[in-house]
Write a protein that binds this ligand. Structure first.
Ligand code: NAP
Length: 302
């Protein structure tokens, strides 16, 4: 009988990549857990061969049924959903408990470094630390196999909310509260996380013993990325924005992102053990991870 992997966030970026690569490799059946099984995204996944099951991380009573009979779980929580923001630890813990009670054998948790511990309490990046706090619950649950994967800053952000801003003269501007030349940004194509997670479920003996895997081709600075883009025909320049100006930008979460960038500048995105965690992830993905050059050529037109 084919083993099934339940995927949270299958209608989104991280889980969507996991679903794509699990379906592509055909080693497992896929059950997408969604709050809205009637959505277009869920219907499209059903057409591609996924089972679609209702489940809401904010309603723990729905989780055990959603996870019934599955072999593995990919778990991601969504800080940026207003209903979730401060509740990632609560939601992650509820899902871990439900998975354990349902007899799940391999749990893969999408986490991020614990900025609070790494910085000795100087940086409070809620969407990093509240994910990291779930790690202890995963460790304590006693799954036969468990894996921690750390998502990069998505390259996809540069074609969306972090796109360089047109200046009216054909040039574009990136303005962030960071030095241009600090090589501390661990970015990546979020589809690569799916590629890695599919391999992790196939290789529990080498990747399911509590390993921490960070998904990125390597650290870059804003200057590195501008050099790549400008060589591809863009005209982008960079200006360092004062912290207070960034905090006052009119979007929710500006101060959270500024705090995150302050943390990156001192410790890098994936933190002090980044190189070990990155090497482990790379070793599992045949053909390597997508470079910024390759991703930008296909996804950011001058
Ligand atoms: P996304 O594309 O915005 O999609 C959100 C997904 O989460 C949807 O599939 C949604 O499913 C699911 N979801 C939300 N609330 C849920 C709930 N209560 N119960 C069940 N499912 C729920 O999200 P994403 O980018 O894949 O993941 C978001 C996470 O990535 C955030 O926590 C963020 O901190 C982290 N992250 C982001 C970046 C970045 O650069 N953007 C980098 C590292 C980590 P339905 O709507 O179908 O229910």
């Amino acid at each position: 009988m084919t083993k099934t992997i339940a995927v949270f966030g299958g209608t989104g970026a991280q889980g969507g990549g996991v679903v794509r690569h699990l379906l592509g490799r055909k080693a497992f059946g896929v059950r997408v857990i969604t709050r809205n099984p009637q959505s277009k995204a869920a219907a499209s996944l059903a057409e591609q061969g996924c089972e679609v099951a209702p489940g809401d991380l904010a309603d723990s009573a729905t989780l055990k049924k959603a996870l019934q009979g599955v072999h593995g779980v990919f778990l991601v929580t969504n800080f940026w959903d207003p209903a979730t923001a401060g509740k990632e630890h609560e939601q992650g813990t509820a899902a871990v408990k439900a998975a354990r009670e349902s007899g799940v054998r391999h749990l893969v948790w999408s986490t991020l470094p614990n900025c609070r511990e790494i910085s000795g309490g100087r940086y409070e990046v809620v969407h990093f630390t509240n994910k990291a706090r779930v790690d202890k619950e995963v460790e304590a649950a006693g799954f036969p196999y468990h894996t921690f994967v750390e998502a990069p800053m998505y390259f996809q952000n540069f074609a969306g909310m972090m796109a360089p801003q047109p200046q009216g003269d054909g040039s574009k501007l990136w303005a962030f509260p960071m030095a241009a030349d600090n090589r501390c940004i661990h970015g990546g194509d979020i589809d690569d996380l799916g590629k890695l997670v599919a391999r992790v479920f196939e290789e529990p003996e080498t990747a399911g013993k509590g390993q921490r895997l960070s998904v990125t081709p390597g650290a870059m600075s804003w200057q590195d990325m501008m050099d790549v883009l400008n060589a591809q025909g863009h005209r982008i320049r960079y200006a360092r924005m004062p912290d207070a100006d960034f905090d006052n930008l009119p979007f929710p979460g500006a101060a959270e992102l500024r705090e995150m960038m302050n943390y990156w500048e001192e410790f890098t995105y994936f933190g002090p053990d980044a190189e070990t965690k990155i090497a482990r992830a790379k070793a599992l993905v045949a053909g390597g991870l997508t470079s910024f050059e390759d991703w930008a050529r296909d996804n950011m037109k001058p």
